[in-house]
Design a protein around this ligand. Sequence first.
Ligand SMILES: Cc1cc2nc3c(=O)[nH]c(=O)nc-3n(C[C@H](O)[C@H](O)[C@H](O)COP(=O)(O)OP(=O)(O)OC[C@H]3O[C@@H](n4cnc5c(N)ncnc54)[C@H](O)[C@@H]3O)c2cc1C
Length: 364
Amino acid sequence: MTTRMARFHSLEVASVHQETPECIVVGFRIPESEQADFAFVHGQYLTLKLSVNGEELRRSYSICSSPLDKDEVRIAVKKVPGGRASTQLVDKLKPGMRIEVMTPMGNFTTALDGSKARHFVAFAAGSGITPILSILKTVLRTEQGSRFTLFYGNTDQDRIIFRSRLDELKGQFGERLSVHHILSKGVDEDMLFNGRITKEKAVQLLQRFVSDPMDKEFFICGPEQMMVNVSEALENQGVDKKHIHIELFTTPVATEAKKPTAVEDTGDFDGVSEVKVIMDGREHLIKLSTKGDSVLDAALDAGLDVPFACKGAVCCTCKARVVAGKVEMDMNYALTDDEVADGYVLTCQTHPRSANVTVDYDQH
Ligand SMILES: Cc1cc2nc3c(=O)[nH]c(=O)nc-3n(C[C@H](O)[C@H](O)[C@H](O)COP(=O)(O)OP(=O)(O)OC[C@H]3O[C@@H](n4cnc5c(N)ncnc54)[C@H](O)[C@@H]3O)c2cc1C
């Protein structure tokens, strides 16, 4: 997606808006000299480095603004119960404060083309609306012939993040934008709009609102179970996986299917490898056991300032390219099949499987 090196910059918080009782929208001031570093595409995220009770935490937050709004880079943070970073941000963040913010990343996007007329369909729940809002605004302004349908799950009306912004956008884009709220504690006469987004409900929503013949791109962002339900509904309806885009905010617990085989079970080399790590044009040699730490942890232990955030295979902050040797990933929920075919890995999940391996963080 980008060849720019992942770097933290100290950014000033320009605005903090209380969106719902649990969610704030944070705007960052990007100095003129750093605008190129913070150029992003719709659907990408920022990683924040925070100190919480003396502990350094890195957390990713999707950008909710559109790259077409030049002066704005905004994220939305929703407090999760007992959440260390999100609680500190929602309770304490004020305009004028500075935060360490990494340059934008992420694959939850698709190339847009002003000459195309397509139907974009998104399923979001809770804070999963954040990247979807950026995608929605960018799609409708870039592809004048395209339309967008959003299915948006929440507990109740008061917790709907960007509710009034979505109403405004409906006013702006008219019939090109359809927004359907599905409330788990809802009391709508039509039961389709009440309850959680199950597989059956996803099928019914698709049948009722997405039966047109236009080419389609699907985006899903929300809790793991909703992601599983909706992707199964789409695959059952014959939608090609390459048109289904998924962003996970937490490491999945139920989705075993995408987990590659355990490291111990495969490969033709079992021992200590010499791993050459390329970073900022310099080479560093690390000895690493095939059954030991990940390449990322080994590089961090060696004192290298390699990029990372979730360490759980859901973000792609620690992405690098394997340019020599054989490796294996434990899990991958973030890289596309094309990226994996091109030799890209999540280094937090990567173990050497040959005597010599070269991993290049400069090819991000
Ligand atoms: C690519 C990406 C984009 C993201 N975008 C956003 C965003 O736009 N807005 C946003 O608010 N968050 C987003 N997140 C989630 C965010 O990075 C943090 O995981 C979240 O704020 C919780 O961090 P914490 O330190 O507060 O919780 P922790 O202290 O790490 O966790 C506390 C407890 O909460 C659970 N938990 C952690 N995250 C969640 C969650 N998302 N939902 C429910 N339970 C959780 C943990 O399992 C743990 O039990 C994104 C994550 C990724 C990987």
